[in-house]
Design a protein around this ligand. Structure first.
Ligand code: AFD
Ligand code: MN
Ligand code: MN
Length: 430
């Protein structure tokens, strides 16, 4: 059983309260600027603040260690060594931002013999658990059968059975930690033409999914995450939203598609894919990140903030249509860091996602609709850009402060030297 100290957490909360009192004149100026701008767009700043406050993100457990590429990995001092330490780091992100109260686990990477304690510890730090991810893309220690040539889609029925069992085990573990969804992203595919039979492999995928779906705990959703390539470089079984959509439809209502922003080939219109899946009622949620080429791990909004805004715009548009006053989708982050301090990266990510969401709330939908009706692309673009360029940072700070967070999360994190202190402590305890 782990030692579940929370003294550092209370200390951090105290420091945040003191800092909030000192938030200063510059913050007031920024806040007034944001409110004035929102008013000039004919909207209620109070309403936008309220909606923004309801934005909740999930942090991936695997983001808290050093990621790496297949060439190298740079470990860093104070890196968490188990899921309890990852939870500790996640709670810092949530405390400072006030908007990341859930963690997505990865099984069996995050396996602990005492999931009840893990749940209790997370609860004490203000965290719960989001969807659980399953790892059928690598062989685990003492695994009898190999996933080298596929897992759920392997041509060997015994390997498929083995992989299905791992997903069932993952869901059992998720039940203990309080998850409600399971995400199946699988690396199954091939590197060479002829290596894998296209139709048969998809049939195997469906057959395995049906077995999993039959055991889905009540109230749970099964998310199917597609990816065009990697780890396979020629063919991936679930390579795009069309494959994922077909699979989700064949399963039923509790199966949904998960869009990882980085899982598209360059030039893909991701916001249109999002809109189409929303329209078809098959979009379950996101893995947020950004990418430049074919990568999928860069900080959300670091390369294409406008695209992120356009995606959020589709989410908000669907929300309004459904008369939902907050996101009804599962909003998760999936980034793995190679060179940044993961906590700093996730603080930046939360800020980017909140800004994009806030700006999407500011789109004048009536004016946009009018421009579309009258075939006026210039007016339509002006509506979008008026929202995209809105100065919202003061409003974001206010919402964070109201939740006990930091006005400037990265600045505060650096000031309190959390990582340095943590490094000493983890060295001592380790
Ligand atoms: C990898 C995959 C995918 C998945 C994640 C967790 O590309 O994004 O969601 O691992 O399994 O990054
Ligand atoms: Mn992902
Ligand atoms: Mn990915």
């Amino acid at each position: 059983m782990q030692v579940m100290r929370v003294d550092w957490y209370l200390e951090l909360k105290g420091a945040l309260e003191k800092e909030a009192v000192r938030s200063g004149a510059e913050f007031i100026r920024q806040y007034k600027l944001a409110r004035g701008h929102i008013k000039s767009l004919g909207m209620s700043a109070d309403e936008i603040e309220k909606q923004l406050a309801s934005l909740k993100l999930a942090l991936p457990s695997w983001a808290f260690g050093a990621g790496g590429t297949r060439f190298f990995r740079f470990p860093f001092p104070g890196e968490p060594s188990d899921i309890f330490e990852k939870i500790q780091d996640a709670s810092v992100v949530n405390l400072l931002t006030g908007m990341a109260p859930r963690v997505a686990l990865h099984y069996p990477w995050d396996l602990t013999s005492d999931p009840a304690s893990l749940r209790k510890y997370a609860g004490k730090l203000g965290l719960g658990f989001d969807a659980i991810n399953v790892n059928t893309f690598q062989d685990h220690p003492e695994q009898e059968l190999s996933y080298k040539f596929g897992s759920l889609c392997s041509s060997d029925p015994l390997v498929r059975k083995h992989a299905v069992e791992l997903v069932l085990e993952t869901m059992d573990y998720g039940k203990k930690t309080g998850s409600k969804d399971v995400i199946v992203w699988l690396g199954d595919g091939s590197n060479y033409p002829g290596q894998m039979h296209f139709r048969k492999s998809f049939d195997h995928y469906l057959e395995s999914l049906h077995k999993i779906y039959k055991h889905l705990p009540s109230g749970w959703t099964l998310f199917l995450e597609y990816k065009p390539f990697e780890p396979s470089f020629y063919y991936t079984v679930n390579f795009d939203w069309g494959c994922a959509y077909a699979a989700a439809c064949s399963l039923g209502k509790k199966a949904m598609v998960l869009v990882d922003l980085g899982h598209h080939l360059p030039g893909a219109n991701v916001e249109a894919i999002v809109a189409r899946l929303l329209q078809l009622d098959k979009l379950g949620g996101f893995h947020f990140n950004d990418s430049k080429y074919g990568d999928d791990d860069l900080t959300a909004g670091s390369i294409s903030p406008y695209r992120l805004f356009l995606i959020m715009n589709e989410i908000v548009d669907a929300q309004i249509e459904r008369k939902a006053n907050k996101p009804f989708l599962s909003l998760m982050i999936d980034q793995s860091h190679n060179i940044k301090d993961p906590i700093e990266d996730l603080l930046q990510t939360c800020e980017e996602l909140a800004a994009a969401y806030c700006k999407a709330l500011l789109v004048d939908r009536e004016a946009l609709c009018k421009a579309q009706k009258h075939g006026d692309p210039v007016a339509a673009e002006r509506v979008l850009k008026a929202a995209f360029y809105a100065p919202v940072s003061g409003l974001l700070s206010k919402v964070r402060l109201d939740k006990g967070g930091a006005r400037d999360p990265v600045g505060f994190y650096r000031k309190i030297k959390y990582r340095e202190k943590l490094t000493d402590r983890r060295k001592k305890e380790g």
